[in-house]
Ligand binder design. Structure first.
Ligand SMILES: [Zn+2]
Length: 375
């Protein structure tokens, strides 16, 4: 398991490597941890370690490093190995089906996907030493799908390991959890994440790296997304400019600010997804798409008010999220009472709830802007 490709999670990697070394691999794992922390990446590396053609006679856990070059490693990486499967929640759009769209709100593991996986598991393996089926976001299975899958877990095929991942274990059937070896994934420590990312993205300015690490809060996949998508950073910057301007804004400006928020949600979606798919999804289901990415927009706004809250209580405070905006934040902080910052955070949470309840997006955005201005 290429530690070079995985940031952090050393304890978990050791557990998996030991299983690969001894050949005592459970039929099912459940990886529990926040989104974008590296669960799927580790699961794929594990599948490679179990099947790498160069790993014929490992002596110690340290030998368990997939080569990334043999046919098994390459085909697993590309997702085309016959004994490897990566099942992710998908969504149906009204006008067109876009199966690869996994990040959208309301995406689920469908029962047809589960049935197909169960059928594949009933055949003999083709080439693998050990077949690995990964199911991410397993909490999105509905009850019939979960029950169908449970039957397979109760009588697992001998040469197959299922790796299930979830950020919400409380949404799973207890009978599924009890059949799995549970491994916990924690946010990656800032210094580990910094070293890992600085080696891969050496051109990133230190201040920008600080901000990215703070925004990602140990979710390494999220940090990589920010580094790979400069447009996303530009949108963040525009949003923080807007936040700064809110301090002097008149309430009538809430319409423009609301418009800016919805516009940012659309740009965020386009920046963060493959172009053709992003367009297709926007065309077919604009409202749902914007609702999905508006959540990220609200999280960016929340970082601003958390920083102001910190500084309004203590102007010398360390630990700002938006380090690259420290000067601006320190200037603004005296104008914000802690109570005002807390109120802003509450308004952001309210909007999250409104999105879940299908409130009109534009109205909710304008309403939020108004509250942030007059609070
Ligand atoms: Zn290999």
């Amino acid at each position: 398991m290429s530690c070079g490709d995985v940031a952090g999670h050393q304890g978990t990697l050791q557990v998996l490597k030991r299983a690969a070394l001894t050949g005592r691999v459970p039929h099912a794992y459940l990886f529990v941890g926040p989104p974008n922390v590296g669960k799927t990446l580790v699961a794929v590396e594990f599948a490679k370690a179990l099947n790498c053609e160069a790993l014929t006679d490992p002596q110690t856990v340290d030998d368990i490093e997939p080569c990334d070059e043999c046919s098994a490693c390459v085909r697993i990486e590309k997702g085309i190995h016959p004994d490897f499967r990566l099942l992710q929640p998908t969504t149906h759009l009204e006008a067109d089906e876009v199966d690869e769209m996994v990040q959208m709100e309301g995406a689920v593991i469908r029962i047809e996907q589960v049935r197909e996986l169960i059928e594949s598991a009933s055949f003999k393996t083709n080439q693998a030493r050990r077949r690995v089926f990964i199911i991410t976001g397993v909490e999105t299975m509905n009850i019939p799908a979960a029950n169908a899958f449970l039957k397979t877990l109760e009588e697992p095929p001998g040469d197959t390991t299922f790796v299930l991942t979830t950020s919400q274990p409380s949404h799973l059937l207890p009978t599924i959890i009890s059949r799995c070896q549970v491994l916990h994934f924690h946010p990656v420590a800032a210094d580990v994440a910094r070293e890992f990312l600085a080696a891969r993205y050496p051109d990133t300015a230190p201040e920008q790296m600080d901000s990215i690490l703070a925004m990602a809060a140990g979710r390494i996949g999220w940090a990589i997304k920010l580094l790979q998508q400069p447009d996303v950073l530009q949108i963040r910057s525009d949003l923080l400019d807007m936040c700064a301007e809110l301090a002097d804004a008149e309430w009538v400006e809430c319409l423009r600010a609301g418009e800016l928020l919805v516009d940012a949600a659309e740009r965020w979606w386009i920046a963060g997804n493959e172009a053709e798919m992003a367009e297709k999804a926007l065309k077919a289901s604009r409202d749902r798409v914007l609702r999905t990415s508006m959540r990220d927009i609200l999280d960016v706004l929340a970082t601003w008010f958390r920083d102001l809250l910190l500084l309004s209580a203590n102007p010398e405070a360390d630990g700002l999220i938006n380090m690259d905006r420290a000067d601006q934040l320190r200037q603004l902080a005296p104008r914000y009472q802690p109570r005002k910052c807390q109120a802003a955070c509450t308004h952001l949470q309210t909007m999250h709830a409104q999105l879940r309840q299908n409130a009109n997006l534009r109205l909710a955005a304008e309403n939020l802007a108004l509250r942030l201005i007059v609070t």
